[in-house]
Ligand binder design. Structure first.
Ligand SMILES: NC(=O)c1ccc[n+]([C@@H]2O[C@H](COP(=O)([O-])OP(=O)(O)OC[C@H]3O[C@@H](n4cnc5c(N)ncnc54)[C@H](OP(=O)(O)O)[C@@H]3O)[C@@H](O)[C@H]2O)c1
Length: 129
């Protein structure tokens, strides 16, 4: 079984991931580079520079080290090749730091979508139930 959820640096639902693991469910991480929003973050850029990788590579590797299956999206073949070239290891200390980096990510235009804006759908009315 597979559960596909929003998961990226600074926004990783560990309770849900732990629950899925306990039931043998693979977690797929959609929007692993936060819909592109994390590309602007200078802190992430600095960490990525230490590993001589791009910010998307760092974000994708973060998901892999959590045993998630990241689903990056790109229209650019060069980006696609970079995103598959993630044969490096992020230290435990950096993995912990990446959990809380970029908290409160501004998803830009994508914020209008409930899934990115973290808005919950309205409770169903009595008649809808
Ligand atoms: N189940 C759901 O509810 C749900 C919701 C949202 C998304 N998804 C799925 O998850 C996948 C990813 O969604 P997403 O669009 O939010 O993805 P994402 O991978 O977080 O972000 C995509 C953005 O990052 C940029 N990017 C990717 N790799 C890059 C690189 N190496 N260098 C520079 N920029 C890079 C892309 O631009 P370029 O094209 O220029 O590279 C694009 O603007 C999609 O396939 C989507 O179908 C599922």
């Amino acid at each position: 079984m597979v559960n596909q959820v929003l998961a990226h640096v600074g926004n990783t639902p560990f309770d849900l991931i732990d629950y899925c693991r306990s039931k043998g469910i693979l977690v797929e991480a959609y929007s692993p580079v936060a819909h592109g929003a994390v590309l602007k973050d200078p802190g992430l850029r600095a960490i990525a520079d230490r590993y001589s990788v791009s910010v998307p590579q760092l974000c994708i590797r973060y998901c892999l080290q959590l045993d998630l299956a990241p689903l990056p999206k790109t229209m650019n073949p060069a980006h696609m090749r970079d995103n598959a070239d993630v044969d490096f290891v992020i230290s435990d200390a950096d993995m912990r730091g990446l959990q809380s980096t970029c908290e409160g990510t501004d998803y830009g235009e994508a914020s209008m979508f409930p899934v990115f804006g973290k808005k919950r759908q309205a409770e169903p009315t009595t008649t809808e139930r």
